[in-house]
Design a protein around this ligand. Sequence first.
Ligand code: ADP
Length: 374
Amino acid sequence: MATVKLTNVKKIYGKDTVAVQDFNLDIADKEFIVFVGPSGCGKSTTLRMIAGLEDISEGTVEIDGVVVNDLQPRDRDIAMVFQNYALYPHLTVFENMAFSLRLKKVPQEIVYEKVTQAAEILGITEYLTRKPRALSGGQRQRVAIGRAMVRDSKVFLMDEPLSNLDAKLRNQMRAEIILLRQKIDTTFIYVTHDQTEAMTLGDRIVIMKDGFIQQVGTPTEVFDMPLNLFVAEFIGAPKMNTFKTDLVCEGGKYYVTPYGAKIEVSGKKAAMLADKKVGAREIVLGVRPEHFKMSTAGDPAAIPCTIKVNEMMGSELHLHVETATGDRLIVRIPTVSLDDEVRHSMVYGATIYVTFEGKVMHFFDPETEQNLLV
Ligand code: ADP
């Protein structure tokens, strides 16, 4: 059982560098929470305050209902895995993993049992007698995770554990962390700048910018209903297209008019606009690249654009196109939806017509950048 609660947490470095502020979060027992955001947004600082590696300037951090602000890291019952692994080069893998247990004078047979069990789960049994330098990056990362696992801690903290690995290994280790999570039943707090890692690993994601939380939610919630433009553009790859346009109301229906097209807002989105009593106005419209589809010249809902780059990704094309007003959009089109002739005509400079459906739009206030439907 381990809950973690942060209340009005603030971190000031030196006199006036505010790294984190107004941080409020309740983490449930056994929840996998991911802090995500661009470099410098305060993720690591928050994690390090939970770990006890940084002083908390204001507010409280509680683990299982106990305020830990003044407890030493070793008294907080947490385990932490760092980006750079921080293994002892002169010790074998076994001794690296056993290190914290040796410090606690745990009996030898229990050390043996815990280390071999963790090694088994992580698939590193055959490397137990090696030194870290004789391991690959992925294997070292597993040892670092194993070292944290043997401590049976209440909370497992991970700071960018995969960012030193190459792309292929990173994908593989990401899947392993998901598996590991099923096996070690504990509370995880995981820091990353990578939205894919956040989306695939987190039960809930905490999206941060400039020291402030922007949104907390499940991957589906933050993807489907981003609270503001920052979250909208940060979550999802390639990122959401956002552009100024007009929202118009006619005969009880809503339309948007991007780049001379006229597209009806439909489904839940139309009902929500009505519910929120949003009237005709200028908006920033958000449309994800995968929500575009091909159209034709005669379609009133079609946006004409010019192809600038055509990236063939295998199962889909990523088309970087330019509108008549010079805006750039990214459009994802499944390759199977195109016949060969059309596909081959999609070259630099070609004109295409794209549109999107009324139920996939996101509406933001151009001034406040907040989602108009929240
Ligand atoms: P992230 O993990 O999201 O990249 P950090 O938590 O490391 O961000 O940093 C948040 C902010 O605090 C940044 O502006 C960073 O420059 C600043 N910062 C981090 N550590 C220190 C420090 N030891 N002294 C002063 N400023 C720091």
